[in-house]
Design a protein around this ligand. Structure first.
Ligand code: GH3
Ligand code: MG
Ligand code: MG
Ligand code: MG
Length: 325
């Protein structure tokens, strides 16, 4: 899955202009929020002055607060044997989810060589030795901000690509690809925490007749309304997927058989209790549901799905519009 998505993400990024991104941000057209951290405000201000014509700079003495790193494109950290610990700041920025992606540029003296190597190891992106040359500082800052912008664009398109690749366009539910990628980890977590997991397969009854009688578009509307009713009856932590056609899978973490059966029954009722309104037509829809719960150590995603499917088959054979466990 990840390889496939990576390829798609690369393609999407290229399509969305990701590759042009570096080109578009030309000389001078790149204004960023730079946070300069030094032992003292005066020290930080000296560095900031070199950047102030190009960027919006803020100075901090010691460690910056979460607020101060909020909208920052680059953190410049001066190594100084003083009150604050620049290396610890480096690892804190990298450890923190909110600041992990912000580039870090270190500034040091020849004597700081080892500390700089350590900083690079801790996740700093670049460094400069004093005395600072305005042009070199400016170029390195610009490079890091470009990288930051490019990464942001890439992350955005990756997020979009993953959403597109793992959701069902018609109903907005997750799709089979998402289920295949997530069910094994849901099962693994349930097992490691000794919690139950229930899984339902729901299949609309005589759906072919709906298509044949009212047309494929009406069939699609039924699928959409079906998905809405399904989702409305579930918790946020439940996973609802359209496997394909008129077949849906619901994964319910932390749900044992005794709890799952009434939920499945309620879902069945939400479908048959009220006709589906299709504008011109209003039609009765029913669903058959097969239920299975996670069992012993040998049980996995495939066998769990298989048991739910066998139950579904039994529900169909038993006359449809019912739940079988
Ligand atoms: P059963 O009660 O045994 O489940 O019968 P059924 O008619 O629901 O099942 P069957 O598998 O025979 O038919 C499913 C139909 O779903 C056939 C197919 O054309 C239709 N279908 C599959 N995907 C879509 C879709 O995206 N939109 C629409 N409108 N129909 C679809
Ligand atoms: Mg069928
Ligand atoms: Mg069906
Ligand atoms: Mg089917």
């Amino acid at each position: 899955l990840t390889d496939e998505l990576r390829i798609r993400a690369d393609t999407t990024a290229a399509l969305l202009g990701g590759d042009d991104f570096l080109g578009q941000i030309g000389q001078g057209g790149l204004k960023g929020n730079v946070l300069v951290v030094d032992e003292t405000h005066e020290g930080a201000a000296r560095t900031a002055r070199l950047l102030a014509t190009e960027h919006r700079c803020r100075t901090v003495a010691g460690a910056p607060s979460a607020e101060e790193t909020g909208d920052v494109d680059l953190v410049v950290i001066a190594l100084a044997s003083g009150l604050h610990d620049p290396l610890r700041l480096c690892s804190q920025l990298r450890a923190n989810e909110a600041t992990r992606q912000i580039p870090i540029l270190m500034i040091g003296d020849i004597a700081d060589e080892q500390a700089i190597a350590k900083a690079l190891e801790l996740g700093a992106n670049d460094y400069l030795m004093r005395p600072l040359d305005r042009n070199e500082l400016s170029a390195r800052v610009r490079t890091q901000i470009k990288r930051r912008r490019f990464d942001e664009g890439l992350r955005r398109s990756l997020r979009t690509t993953i959403e597109l690749a793992t959701s069902d366009a018609l109903t907005g539910l997750q799709n089979r690809r998402f289920l295949d990628a997530h069910l094994p980890s849901v099962i693994e977590r349930a097992r490691s925490e000794s919690r139950p997991t229930a899984l339902l397969i729901a299949d609309i009854d005589h759906f072919k007749r709906i298509n044949d009688t009212y047309g494929h578009d009406a069939g699609d509307e039924v699928l959409k309304e079906f998905a809405r009713r399904l989702r409305a009856g579930l918790r946020a932590s439940d996973l609802a997927c359209r496997l394909g056609g008129e077949e849906f899978v619901i994964v319910m973490p932390d749900t044992a058989a005794e709890a799952a059966a009434p939920i499945a029954e309620r879902l069945r009722q939400t479908i048959c209790e009220r006709p589906f309104d299709l504008g011109k037509e209003s039609l009765a829809v029913t669903v058959s549901i097969g239920l299975a719960v996670l069992e012993g150590m040998g049980d996995d995603a495939a066998s769990l799905l298989k048991r739910a499917d066998l139950s579904l088959y039994a529900a169909k054979r038993g006359g449809r519009n019912r739940v079988v466990s």
